[in-house]
Design a binder for this molecule. Structure first.
Ligand code: SAM
Length: 331
């Protein structure tokens, strides 16, 4: 029954981008004047539920909702509630989401009530002015209130920060102390060349090998085997007692243990974050009321999951590795 790709990797983790829209415009993620999908092209929440259910029947044990910003999709909690039945039945181990935190004050309690235990909140700086600059439209106070609400609701929060040269590199020790001081893990991520943005990525790119070396001048980092089912490698920080994760799609290829595929809000399945190849699942979804066509299309797609990605950021490589923005698949 399990989905196994040509390289023997079992696919047990599905990320679902429920909308391509976002209430922020992070400069490394999107261009300022992004064109979004017409609403009519989106799968309905019922269709997303049906699709995810088929994936769960085929062996997915962990499901992450993302976007765009997942919590700006209208009635998204209806979908969360629907999917949560698979937690109750034991078919799914974990339902989680990645969010910018702006809507958490509204939704944290309900997420917890639906069985969500952990969430990732993306936050690149604790400076309100810099936060406004990097998100173009975001309000740091709102995100902070959202994090408060999430913790008050009993959700375990992990902070994700993209390491950006000349922007937050000097601030990462403070961000880590703050996160660990509140009982939250911090994961730093290398910026990836996805989609045209208004800036030159070479100016932003910061290899995490440098970040780690910088942190090691102040902190004692010990590698630990801790895993959350995603691509991060973790260390324990002796001085804070907290955990720090590194996601290194640029400097260290972690594709050999990839267990993930990504579904967009139009029903397109990407078998690799760093490749253009994709499978349309909307047509088989809509072609019949039964799930056989869909199931076959998923098998066919998994059968061509590529070995890995090849991201390059340098001055001679002007074009992004893939033309779509991160907001299409949500990371
Ligand atoms: N809106 C939600 C959020 O902010 O977490 C979910 C979608 S967002 C696209 C998911 C994650 O991708 C965020 O942590 C964001 O910082 C990160 N991201 C966006 N563009 C990226 C890029 N080019 N390279 C690396 N990470 C990126």
């Amino acid at each position: 029954m399990d989905m196994i790709d040509p390289f023997g990797r079992t696919i047990s983790y599905l990320r679902v981008s429920v909308t391509d829209r976002c209430d922020f415009r992070c400069t490394y993620c999107m261009a300022e004047d992004m064109a979004f999908l017409p609403k009519k092209d989106l799968l309905s929440l019922e269709e997303l539920d049906r699709l995810t259910t088929v994936f769960i029947e085929k062996g997915v044990r962990k499901l992450r909702l993302t976007g765009g910003e997942p919590l700006v999709r209208k009635n998204v909690m209806h979908l969360v509630r629907q999917i949560s039945r698979h937690l109750e039945s034991g078919a799914l181990d974990e339902l989680t989401l990645t969010t910018n935190g702006s809507q958490l004050s509204r939704f944290a309690a309900e997420l917890a009530d639906c069985g969500v235990k952990r969430i990732n909140v993306s936050l690149d700086t604790l400076d309100p002015q810099k936060f406004r600059t990097i998100t173009r439209w975001g309000n740091l106070d709102r995100v902070m209130s959202g994090i408060d609400a999430a913790q008050a609701a009993g959700l375990k929060v992990k902070i994700n920060a993209v390491a950006l040269k000349g922007f937050n590199d000097a601030e990462l020790p403070e961000l880590m102390r703050w996160a660990h001081g509140r009982g939250m893990d911090l994961t730093v991520i290398e910026t990836m060349p996805m989609g045209e943005i208004d800036e030159d990525r070479t100016d932003q790119y910061l290899p995490l090998s440098l970040v780690r070396a910088g942190l090691e001048r102040q902190f004692t980092l010990t590698d630990i085997p801790y895993k959350t089912g995603g691509p991060a490698r973790y260390v324990e920080v002796a001085e804070t007692g907290g955990r720090l994760g590194f996601i290194t799609p640029m400097t260290h290829n972690f594709c050999e243990s990839c267990n993930r595929v990504r579904l967009t809000c139009t029903g397109t399945l990407y078998m690799c974050l760093g490749q253009d190849d994709a499978a349309d699942l909307r047509a088989p979804l809509r072609a019949s009321e039964g799930n056989e066509l869909l199931s076959n299309a998923i098998d066919e797609a998994i059968g061509r999951k590529p070995k890995g990605h090849d991201f390059i950021i340098d001055r001679t490589t002007r074009r992004p590795a893939v033309s779509r923005h991160m907001s299409v698949t949500g990371g």
